[in-house]
Design a protein around this ligand. Sequence first.
Ligand SMILES: CC(C)(COP(=O)(O)OP(=O)(O)OC[C@H]1O[C@@H](n2cnc3c(N)ncnc32)[C@H](O)[C@@H]1OP(=O)(O)O)[C@@H](O)C(=O)NCCC(=O)NCCS
Length: 212
Amino acid sequence: MPLYKSVTINDTTRLLVWKNTESMEELSQAVRLKDVCVHKMDKMKSEAHRKAFLGVRMLMQEIGYTDYDLFYTPDGKPHLKDGNTISITHSYAFSAIIVSSGESGIDMEMQREKVITIAEKFMEPEFAYLDPTHLDTYMKKLIVIWGVKEAVYKMLSRKGLSFKQHIEVFPFELANAQGIAQVKFEDIHAQYPFYFEEIEEFTLVYCLGKNN
Ligand SMILES: CC(C)(COP(=O)(O)OP(=O)(O)OC[C@H]1O[C@@H](n2cnc3c(N)ncnc32)[C@H](O)[C@@H]1OP(=O)(O)O)[C@@H](O)C(=O)NCCC(=O)NCCS
């Protein structure tokens, strides 16, 4: 089943996850693309990337949108023409979107120990509550923190917003599958709820913002 998951988060927010199992031909036939996107896709180096790109469009079609409803601002942020917000992530076979009338952001990361070696690049205060001696929990929490910061970044898309300096993930438990992130940057001083879950060897994270 390529549509892996569809969740109604609240009255105006939907989250959908796609897992690619079909061939490029099957996907290409199922998705209608704007010329500019055909061009964009042709330039992608890997078939996995092309499939993820089409997977996003398949998810959009599930909820009544097409590629023609989507446009990007120069910062790379995707938008829907009807004024709803959309956030996009893709990782290997998975693609996921969150569509809402309010602000939201989404990210999916593969659970890899490599995150331990780059942790200092994206966090600082969080080290105070993490315990590196329990390696598996430590790695999974780092992945959540990274995913939260990516999701928050995508939701706000502000130039200069630093994962390490401006986004703080407060202490959380893996078993609770949720937490709070705080952003202090320029005029923004806000806290946002985030939610996460494991999907196969990946972690899916989303956050909710203004009007959500
Ligand atoms: C742009 C960025 C958010 C993408 O995240 P990623 O985990 O690499 O990749 P994902 O697959 O999860 O997300 C890609 C999607 O993000 C979306 N995106 C890209 N730039 C965006 C932006 N400025 N705002 C919101 N969404 C954005 C796009 O929809 C893109 O997919 P598409 O181009 O196929 O539509 C990320 O690479 C980035 O630049 N982060 C900020 C820089 C930073 O501080 N990095 C970490 C330092 S340790």
